[in-house]
Design a protein around this ligand. Structure first.
Ligand code: GLC
Ligand code: CA
Length: 553
């Protein structure tokens, strides 16, 4: 595999609105990120991905952009951002912006102009169709947040526009070369500013299967999931190749795609050495619909990595701003403690690929336990989740309990800095409730505790960067070990050194026979020290949720 400058980095996702507020308006800001740069440097972070901070009505928390060239005043100014880039560089930290170009906001001037003159230049930036009340819609696709993808074009009773996400997120028409050119210009403007690259939002959606047509109905709403259409939409690669040529490749930028529905044979095109993107997220565990047992977590993640073996790097996550907290998702509630949290950290972090940490993950932040009312939450996706649950026959209380398990707001509650009011996030009123668990889960209580989840993440990062092990952990071969042994998740990374990551993913002890003897323990989530007999035998007994990272003889 051709070596790239970003291969040995560790990345961190910031959701700026919930990270740190410096001016008391209850909304995290760019200055808050700047203030915490030393914290991130100390943790060992090299790349920061910022969720969107562009001008936006925040209908979908900034994933609805009304001006790509400016910063929303709630987050700060373009000067603040320049300062962040600068201060990042001083600390060896690159800033990655979120690139949201499947759609813009209905308050973007392109869309306003399209509404003024749907047949004019900007009308062609979107998908606008003629429509009379009573006509069938051009297609029966269901938007990701529920309901039809079609909405009346403001000011025009006889026209509708397409939005695969929220109705305030009209889809941009990538078939139009003029639109593509304007998008590339904007991207290069940002790259010229000295950012390290982009995380690329919902990029598979830019290719629609045209002409519009219906797909099999798969819900009581008479609509059909967008996935049905995406399976048949071919040709996204041509757009992506042009995009990469016109922008990223010229700058050797780091790019990570939010890619899904890709086919096996397309992988080299997406993330090969000269792919459209540097890397793409591994959503295999997050997107399993079944209950996520240790066994299917293992299956999903191992399969994803075997699939890209020798092709490229995946970006590994246990959570992001669109998912509940990883520890709450992947560890049974009754077993959730620092030991199991560290185990989960160790297994995903040392897989081949690029590790991403989502803000708060490094202190073991968990889901909310309950809310009294749906209005205590914020996400625009909540209403549809809640109503669908009611529709399926759940009571209000059950629907709320379901929502609290799955809502994206779990990841969006403010960062828990300390145990003071509002978890030290703001002096004002936080825009979204603080998770009451901040009293016992917060950074201040962990930073000087060598046994904390936080310090475990720090150790993981320094192990990955330790010159003795770096080449093995970054480039070493990956092989699952004894994957048929139930609730054991073990794999080896073999390069200059031979390293094994071994996890007992259950609350009972289990015995494991190793392929050879252990030479050295590099990291462990328990306080027990291996005695000599452990080094002389190839059989080890693992305690509940024990994680061992060992160098083998
Ligand atoms: C991506 C984002 C998500 C957003 C959607 C629409 O999936 O991660 O937060 O709602 O795209 O932009
Ligand atoms: Ca603020």
């Amino acid at each position: 595999m051709e070596k790239k400058w970003w291969h040995n980095k560790v990345a961190y996702q910031i959701y700026p609105k919930s990270f740190y507020d410096t001016n008391g308006d209850g909304i995290g800001d760019i200055n808050g990120v700047i203030e915490k740069l030393d914290y991130l440097r100390d943790l060992g972070i090299d790349i920061i991905w910022l969720s969107p901070i562009y001008c936006s009505p925040l209908a979908d928390q900034g994933y609805d952009i009304s001006d790509y060239y400016d910063i929303d005043p709630r987050f700060g100014t373009i000067d603040d951002l320049d300062r962040l880039i600068e201060e990042g560089k001083k600390r060896g930290i690159g800033i990655v912006m979120d690139l949201v170009v499947n759609h813009c906001s209905d308050e973007h001037e392109w869309f306003k102009k399209a509404c003024e003159d749907p047949d004019g230049e900007y009308g062609k930036f979107f998908y606008i169709e003629d429509y009379k009340d009573g006509d069938p819609l051009p297609c029966n696709w269901r938007s990701y947040f529920g309901g039809s993808v079609w909405e009346k074009l403001p000011g025009h009773d006889d026209k509708i526009y397409l939005h695969v996400f929220h109705k305030k997120q009209p889809d941009l028409n990538w078939e139009n070369p003029k639109l593509r050119k304007d998008v590339y210009k904007m991207i290069n403007w940002w790259l010229d500013k000295g950012i390290a690259g982009f995380r690329i939002d919902a990029i598979i959606n830019i290719k629609k299967k045209l002409p519009f047509s219906d797909y099999p109905v798969d819900g009581d709403d008479g609509l059909s999931s967008i996935d049905n259409m995406l399976k048949e939409a071919t040709g996204v690669g041509e757009f992506l190749n042009e995009l990469a040529d016109e922008t990223f490749r010229k700058y050797d930028a780091f790019t990570v795609g939010e890619v899904f529905n890709e086919k096996d044979e397309e992988l080299p095109l997406f993330i090969g050495s000269h792919g459209y993107f540097s890397t793409m997220f591994d959503f295999s565990a997050e997107s399993t619909k079944e209950d996520i047992s240790p066994e299917n977590y293992k299956k999903a993640v191992f399969k994803a990595h075997e699939r890209v073996d020798g092709i490229g790097f995946l970006s590994n996550i246990i959570e992001n701003h669109d998912e509940p907290r990883g520890v709450s998702r992947f560890i049974p509630n009754e077993d959730l403690d620092d030991t199991s949290k560290k185990m989960l950290a160790g297994i995903y972090f040392l897989l081949p690929g690029l590790p991403f940490i989502y803000q708060g993950q490094e202190i073991g932040m968990e889901n909310l336990d309950k809310v009294n009312d749906i209005n205590d939450l914020d996400d625009c996706a909540n209403a549809n989740i809640y109503e669908t649950a009611l529709h399926e026959g759940k009571t209000h209380a059950e629907a709320l309990a379901h929502l609290i398990n799955v809502t994206r707001d779990n990841a969006r509650t403010p960062f828990q800095w300390d145990d003071s009011a509002n978890a030290g996030f703001t002096n004002g009123k936080p825009w979204l409730m603080v998770n009451p668990k901040y009293k016992h889960i917060n950074l201040a209580s962990q930073i000087n505790d060598s046994d904390s989840v936080f310090n475990f993440y720090k150790e993981l990062i320094s192990l990955r960067k330790n010159p003795e092990y770096e080449s093995t952990l970054v480039y070493g071969d990956f092989s699952p070990y004894k994957s048929e042994q139930k609730n054991l998740l073990a794999y080896s990374r073999v390069g200059e050194k031979s390293v094994m990551v071994i996890a007992n993913y259950q609350k009972d002890a289990q015995t494991l026979s190793l392929p050879s003897k252990i030479k050295k323990v590099l990291l462990s989530n328990t306080s027990k020290t291996l005695d000599n007999s452990s080094f002389n035998s190839t059989e080890i007994v693992l305690s509940p949720y024990e994680l061992l990272v060992v160098e083998m003889v």
